[in-house]
Design a protein around this ligand. Structure first.
Ligand code: EPS
Length: 398
């Protein structure tokens, strides 16, 4: 079967956002309502601009699906735009600091409009559509992804506030996707203030994944390590500036004893499979990844988003026609898109994880993948190196 790949096409105010996915197995039920629900979640959040009132994003399957299931063929997804003004939108002459405007203009010798139309975070609609389909594949194997906002601008819940897995299911109930009620209030006030001042805010969101088996990714080569691949994917999302796995930067200021996760082992009872048996990690500083390979603990990824670059009270720039100092151009934009960014992160992370899943359990059909997955779980649940090693389960006293 083919390596799972994703590419997008489309412009912010062109026909739409398009996603091309190749390498999904045959026979995956596509769960169209789930994909639309993810697109709707991407449109939410306190601090969005006018565009989200115009768009009602829905996905259309243009190829690769028959009778509601993938055909083992390339899948082409479309999210059509309602705000269609690619040909009529005004040109910009004062590049916005923080955007691709100036670098893109110089690199391509092209009008800023031609650069911003593709650089726009509108492209994340294509990522979410494709990622949500990958997420449907992961759900077939019991993998679930949740997220929440852990800092917005200057507001941060106390370090001791650690919502559990069940709490994370309620993050959508908060307009800033933050589960700490006092901070939630302050975050909204901070967005109001930024808006009043013609300013913008970013922040940090955390992604948590449950149900990943041990052994996704690879330790042998730089570009196959799953931590590196996750970081690259997350950093490629518009406005993302930092990625941490597990304790991340916090680990750098602690000792090894404080950071690493002890290994515990519970012997299985005789006979039937014992879910409480096997290897356990009492802590998860590693965030579910060691040596570029998943270790069976929940995957924890934090992503930092810079404040949106378009400022209603702009920074100084240069008029490209005259070379004179002039304030940066203004385009309609968001004041804070962090809550939506966390939804983009969830779904795009699903693409990277589905890719690793297809590598590990690759089959041409979903059924074949499931057989491979079941066989691997039966093996990896065998304690102590599958009983092959001296002192392993087969040698253990019953
Ligand atoms: C976005 C669509 C864009 C912006 C925003 C996100 O639409 P428009 O430019 O027409 O208002 O609202 O994009 C950016 C903030 C950016 O810098 O590109 C969307 O669909 O999420």
């Amino acid at each position: 079967m083919a390596h799972l790949t994703f590419h997008s096409a489309g412009e912010s105010h062109g026909r739409g956002c398009f996603a091309f996915l190749e390498g999904l197995p045959y026979g995956l039920p596509v769960d169209h309502p789930f994909l639309d629900a993810q697109l709707a979640r991407r449109q939410m959040g306190y601090g969005r601009g006018g565009r989200m009132k115009i768009e009602k994003d829905k996905v259309e399957f243009l190829s690769g699906v028959r009778h509601g299931k993938t055909m083992g063929a390339p899948v082409l997804l479309a999210v059509f735009n309602k705000d269609l003004r690619l040909e009529t939108a005004p040109e910009l002459f004062c590049p916005r600091p923080g955007h691709a405007d100036l670098a893109g203009h110089l690199k391509f010798d092209a009008p800023i409009r031609d650069v911003l139309e593709r650089a726009s975070a509108r492209e994340t609609a294509a990522r979410v559509a494709a990622g949500a389909l990958c997420r449907v594949l992961l759900r077939e194997f019991g993998v679930e992804i949740r997220s929440h906002v852990v800092a917005l601008g200057p507001v941060e819940p106390p370090e001791s506030f650690r919502p559990g897995w069940d709490d994370l299911a309620r993050a959508d109930e908060s307009e800033v996707r933050c589960l700490h009620a006092p901070s939630e209030k302050k975050m909204k006030a901070a967005i109001d203030k930024a808006k009043q001042e013609g300013d913008t805010l970013g922040g940090v969101y955390e992604l948590v994944v449950q149900g990943l088996p041990i052994g996704l990714g690879d330790h042998t080569q730089w570009d196959r390590k799953l931590d590196g691949r996750i970081a690259q994917a997350m950093m490629s999302i518009q406005a993302m500036k930092g990625v941490e796995i597990g304790m991340g930067f916090r680990a750098a200021r602690k000792s090894g004893r404080e950071v690493h996760d002890a290994i515990e082992y519970a012997r299985p009872g005789a006979g039937a499979r014992d879910p409480a048996a096997g290897f356990r990690r009492p802590t998860n500083g590693a965030g579910g990844l060691e040596g570029g390979i998943t270790n069976g603990a929940p995957l924890i990824v934090r992503v930092a988003m810079k404040p949106i670059s378009t400022l209603m009270k702009p920074l100084m720039s240069v008029d490209l026609n005259t070379g004179e100092a002039y304030k940066a151009s203004i385009e309609r934009s968001d004041f804070c898109a962090l809550p939506a960014a966390s939804v983009v992160g969830e779904n795009f992370l699903a693409f990277v994880l589905a890719q690793a899943f297809c590598e590990k359990f690759g089959g041409d059909s979903l059924d074949e993948m499931k057989r491979n997955h079941d066989a691997y779980l039966a093996y990896s649940n065998l304690p102590l190196a599958g009983g092959k090693t001296k002192g392993g389960a087969s040698d253990a006293p019953e």
